[in-house]
Design a protein around this ligand. Structure first.
Ligand code: ATP
Ligand code: MG
Length: 361
């Protein structure tokens, strides 16, 4: 596709990785090392810059139109690059119209509620882009891989059956359909990193002091459950991919490609909304015209006011001198400042200087 303009080119990267019907989906069909038609980071950087700019324009319209909202869900194994992707792809977006929530292990308050409670509270308002850095999908991932976490959820025991994962898939599908019907565009991203690349990134976090903070022992522990997680991800995507809330299984061994695919998917979804700046009706336009005339008239009035002020000042000067001459205080004044007062302004200073300080008590 050498002749496609950059904007359309970015969109073209997305299709192979979008899953809208999961029945036949297999994780092995997506290679984490894939970089599509691109061969280098440099090629990608230029395209991403165009994408970031386009995203900023679209977000401005989304915000102005104030009807749709967008929910971006990011899921991945540790070190797959969620944080960096969010940072780079959203780098041009106005922070006013964007909200990021990072979901960690639930607090005791959160465990006192149903599992969607904390996510529903964090949904984006109309006109905004909401980002879930991890999400309610952890309820079908980490909780599935470590079923003992279910016990902490205080569910009535008769509700915890072998069907629980299937039920959760159904529940999130229903919620996502509900959101779609309410103007929330849901896009889901699984950043698909290989086990080998995760190892390289962990080692670099351990070897480079300035990256040490990124490594946690929990990450190493979870790596031991790699296959269980891969199975949980595959099953989750198979059961929760839909037209209205698609999954994007994004190759994540090359961060520059991951970012491009994610940017492309968001751009595509926003462009499909055909967002427009709000227009005003004739009545409103007339109101705006009146305000404009009023504001423009202010300029003339201000000028006249300034002129009047200057005239009054000029008129006041000789009067002020008279006052200064007549002032009984001036007569009484014996201090130098008062004696020297010959101009109106000096007369005021003289009056002030003549006032005796209040006796100290
Ligand atoms: P990340 O790992 O996303 O980069 P982080 O390392 O800054 O973030 P962590 O303290 O590792 O933060 O928090 C994320 C952890 O919280 C993950 O291990 C995730 O599995 C866990 N978590 C998120 N949601 C849930 C949930 N609903 N139940 C149990 N654990 C959860
Ligand atoms: Mg972590």
């Amino acid at each position: 596709m050498p002749n496609l303009p950059s904007r359309r080119r970015i969109r073209s990267f997305v299709k192979p990785f979008r899953v809208t019907a999961g029945k036949k989906f297999k994780l092995k069909h997506i290679d984490p090392d894939d970089t599509g038609p691109l061969k280098s980071k440099e090629q990608a950087a230029k395209l991403l810059a165009t994408g970031v700019q386009r995203l900023a324009e679209l977000q401005d319209r989304l915000y102005a139109q104030d009807k749709w909202s967008v929910l971006l869900v990011f899921q991945a194994m540790d070190a797959a690059g969620k944080d960096g992707t969010i940072k780079h792809v959203m780098s041009g977006v106005n922070p006013t119209g964007c909200q990021v929530f990072s979901f960690k292990a639930p607090s005791s308050e959160e465990l006192d509620h149903d599992f969607m409670w904390r996510s529903l509270k964090a949904l984006p308002e109309r006109g905004r882009i909401g980002i879930f850095n991890r999400s309610y999908y952890e309820e079908m991932l980490v909780v599935r891989v470590h079923p003992e976490l279910l016990h902490g959820q205080k569910l009535p025991p008769q509700l915890v059956t072998d069907e629980i994962w299937k039920e959760r898939f159904e529940d999130v599908c229903n919620i996502e359909r509900y959101l779609a019907r309410n103007g929330v565009v849901v896009l889901k991203f699984f950043l698909h990193v290989s086990k080998g690349e995760q190892k390289r990134r962990f080692l670099s976090r351990l070897q480079q002091q300035e990256k040490n903070w990124k490594f946690s022992m929990a990450d190493a522990k979870e790596r031991n459950f790699w296959d269980d997680y891969q199975h949980a991800y595959e099953d989750m995507i198979q059961h929760t991919a839909s037209e209205h809330a698609p999954w994007h299984v994004v190759p994540a061994d090359h961060k520059w490609f991951t970012r491009l695919v994610v940017a492309g998917a968001i751009i595509e979804a926003l462009e499909d909304l055909e967002l427009k700046y709000p227009t005003v009706d004739d009545h409103k336009r007339e109101e705006l015209r009146l305000v404009q005339t009023e504001l423009e008239g202010e300029g003339g009035r201000d000028k006249k006011k300034d002129k009047d002020k200057a005239d009054t000042k000029a008129e006041k000067k000789p009067r002020a001198r008279k006052v200064a001459k007549k002032s009984p205080v001036r007569k009484k004044a014996t201090r130098p400042a008062a004696r020297k007062a010959t101009r109106a302004t000096d007369a005021v200073a003289a009056d002030a200087a003549a006032v005796e300080p209040a006796p100290q008590t």
